[in-house]
Design a protein around this ligand. Structure first.
Ligand SMILES: Nc1ncnc2c1ncn2[C@@H]1O[C@H](COP(=O)(O)OP(=O)(O)OP(=O)(O)O)[C@@H](O)[C@H]1O
Length: 260
């Protein structure tokens, strides 16, 4: 499996340019965090990568192949998307919903042992096994969010695209989810995750793609990309970068005026 790439991707939505000649390469076995202010084009980029949005110009390459040469089923096996703020509004139990994530792999004669094992692994990784028989409507927002991640994980995609997967999660489950994304990458898949919290990004990411106004500001290692200057230029806030006594890097953001 080689990389996933966008090459001079350009797209207007509502008559306005939303992606403006964005080029980037994503690597298997690595977590890339996509960062940028509201409206920067992060979700639009994921939509293009997943084949939900067609660019006006430029292209998405899956391996070395233009995305449009892949059939729907092949694309669904290769790329799993967890959309932003996704939810379900029908009466379905957790195990059934997670099982739907196996759909691109399902053989004609039904569920295999491999399907059942992948569903069990995905539910364990997201800590939803104990909800297996519960209807989705009987779960909290954060619990439902974890089930939706489990559905994507069950498909064991080669590329996991997750758009703000930590929204609605408590701090412990946020960290669990970041660890889960790292595990997915350790297993060889490429992970592309949209995040807002810069601390989550530096914790989880091998690489950061920073967008603003539909353009790439920078792509590279977290320490190279998230400098105080870039944080100021991109977000309009002051960022102070430090390290805990245990060696964990952190970033504190504050209004520019409060920055000495
Ligand atoms: N369906 C749409 N029609 C018209 N414009 C859209 C549509 N969806 C998004 N946009 C616009 O495209 C731009 C990029 O949106 P996008 O959702 O990709 O941003 P984002 O970086 O993911 O933002 P956020 O952090 O707020 O989720 C925004 O200015 C948005 O208003």
């Amino acid at each position: 499996m080689s990389g996933l790439a966008v090459d001079h991707l350009t797209l207007a939505r509502g008559g306005r340019p939303v992606l403006d000649s964005v080029s980037a390469v994503f690597s298997p076995g690595r977590v890339t965090a996509v960062l940028g202010p509201n409206g920067a084009g992060k979700s639009t980029l994921l939509g293009c990568l997943a084949g939900l949005l067609a660019p006006d110009a430029g292209q998405v390459l899956v391996g070395a192949r233009p995305r449009q040469t892949l059939g729907m089923r092949e694309l669904a096996r290769q790329i799993g998307l967890l959309p932003q703020g996704g939810d379900v509004h029908w009466d379905v139990d957790v195990a059934t919903l997670v099982g739907l994530g196996r759909y691109p792999h399902r053989a004609r004669w039904g569920e295999t042992q491999q399907d059942r094992a992948a569903v069990a692994r995905a539910m364990a990784a997201t800590d939803v096994t104990r909800f297996a028989t519960r209807p989705m409507a009987a779960l909290s927002g954060g619990e439902r969010a974890r089930v939706l991640l489990a559905r994507v994980l069950a498909g064991e995609p080669q590329w996991l695209l997750a758009d703000e997967p930590l929204a609605n999660l408590d701090p412990a489950h946020q960290l669990d989810t970041l660890a889960c994304l790292r595990d997915v990458a350790r297993g060889g898949a490429g992970v592309i995750v949209v995040l807002h919290d810069l601390n989550h990004a530096i914790q989880v990411a091998d690489e950061i793609l920073l967008l603003r106004d539909g353009r790439t500001v920078a792509q590279g290692a977290p320490a190279e990309v998230l400098t105080p200057e870039r944080i100021a230029e991109t977000y309009g806030v002051a960022g102070q970068i430090g390290t805990t006594p245990g060696g964990v890097p952190f970033i504190v953001t504050m209004p520019m005026a409060h920055h000495a």
